[in-house]
Design a protein around this ligand. Structure first.
Ligand code: MD3
Ligand code: FE
Length: 203
């Protein structure tokens, strides 16, 4: 079911549940081609989430800064192609949330073990902020923080569960957001993991 969190932010509860096994099989194949790795922030801190990407562009971070790259810096190869079911899900979810015509060219694969978190941040490494962002949660649940347009605003909390799909567009695209440390647990399909797929138009 569809829950509107704000004018441009929609939570599609369990939207991806019926294709979870298919999505997971695609994720596992992608992670064999481009293994998840820890990134360093420009400030030199390590991230607890390990990441990979598929699609035309992949998000990378190192001492030089955050950016989108056409190749995996680990292998020097182009990122694996975005699987058709990924693109179809992201496009359909965006349309259901009121953003027809979404054509993502980047899919970030965030892998959380229990204890991993993502600090409050804005997504602003993309060229065009008019496209929405679609995110798909799989595996262990997590508490998602959705803040305002300044870091100082106290964020609200929502639980993201296996199969949930979030769409952020319009002004809400620029909200601060993050994820609290994932609690210990075991998911029947994913085990001790949370995987989040984040679809963006990078260029
Ligand atoms: C709200 N990932 O990769 S997904 C990220 O669960 C990121 O791994 C989180 O934030 C995760 O950058 C959250 C939901 C999400 C994604 C992008 C957003 C929420 C957003 C952009 C703007 C506002
Ligand atoms: Fe983000």
């Amino acid at each position: 079911w569809l829950e509107r969190l704000s004018s441009g932010a929609v939570l599609l509860h369990r939207r991806a549940s019926d294709i979870d096994a298919l999505l997971l099989a695609e994720v596992e194949a992608l992670l064999r081609q481009a293994p998840p790795r820890g990134m360093q922030t420009p400030g030199g801190r390590g991230m607890s989430v390990i990441t990979s990407s598929c699609g035309g562009y992949g998000w990378v971070s190192d001492a030089r800064g955050y950016r989108y790259a056409e190749r995996d810096p680990l292998s020097g190869l182009p990122w694996p192609a975005m699987p058709a079911p990924f693109r179809a899900l992201a496009e359909a979810a965006a349309a259901e949330a009121g953003f027809p015509g979404f054509a993502p060219d980047a899919c970030l694969i965030n892998c959380y073990a229990p204890g991993a978190k993502m600090s409050l941040h804005q997504d602003k490494d993309e060229r065009d902020f008019s496209a929405p962002i679609v995110s798909v949660s799989l595996g262990l649940p997590a508490v998602f923080l959705f803040g305002g347009f300044s870091r100082a605003e106290r964020p609200g909390r929502i639980e993201l569960r296996h199969g949930d799909v979030l769409v952020w567009g319009g002004p809400d695209r620029m909200r601060f957001h993050g994820v609290l440390p994932v609690a210990e647990g075991e998911h029947p399909l994913l085990g001790r993991r949370r995987i989040n797929l984040t679809f963006r138009k990078a260029r």
